[in-house]
Design a protein around this ligand. Sequence first.
Ligand SMILES: [Fe+2]
Ligand SMILES: [Fe+2]
Length: 273
Amino acid sequence: MPTLYHISDLHFGRERPRLVQAVLEEINARAPELVAVSGDLTQSARRREFAATRDFLAQLAPPVLVVPGNHDVPDWDLIRRLLRPWKRYGRYITEDPYPTYSSPTLAVLGLNSARRWSPHTDWSRGRLSAYQMDEVARFFGAAEPGAVRVVVVHHPFIVHELAMGRGVIGRKEMALACFGESRVDLMLSGHLHIHHSETMAARTGERTLVAAQAGTTLSDRLKAGFPNSFNVIELDQERIRIRIRCWSDDGGFRDCERLDYRRAAAGWEPEPV
Ligand SMILES: [Fe+2]
Ligand SMILES: [Fe+2]
């Protein structure tokens, strides 16, 4: 089965060096088809943090698809934040606002949900825009018919009950309706530093898709008692299997949870493990 590694919230600047090495070794040994990175590459969008991220990504042997998170916009310099929010991300990581990966088995599209400012007092919140949905329709309209369809975006579509007070992505309903029309199967996100997965309907009564959150893979910014983690996802037209790999100081990364989904008439359904 094709395998996708989903890592997130690397937060270089607050990274744990042992974990950096362990993730590199595992991914390069397992050689998945793709590594998806769902944002917050850095802690404070500083040059040295982006350089460390770039060096880490360059050491990954498989193809890599990256989207930014709210921490990848300078938050300590309002002028830079408002006028040139993506300058460093573009210089060190990619200038492509719509990174894609296409093969006969996978069609993956990355979207930027981080914003330079927000109408909320909490500027870490993110949202999607109507013009980004045009790209969703265009990309998946041209996808291989046998490919599993995946969207990568930093902000979450689901919020774990322990992530108290955190909001879902802005314009969630608009995006879900578009994903449903484009027959998206799986959404990968981060931001909360809590691993979590469940199915959700694109619209009430319509087919369901799978939403998967990754924890913080490398950083010491742990939340709600959840360990560092990443997701190993095996997927084809019939099944999506998510294995969560959690870190412990004495055992390294090990499987700590598994969630299986099967395609049914009404979309994706959980399958007892
Ligand atoms: Fe984060
Ligand atoms: Fe974030």
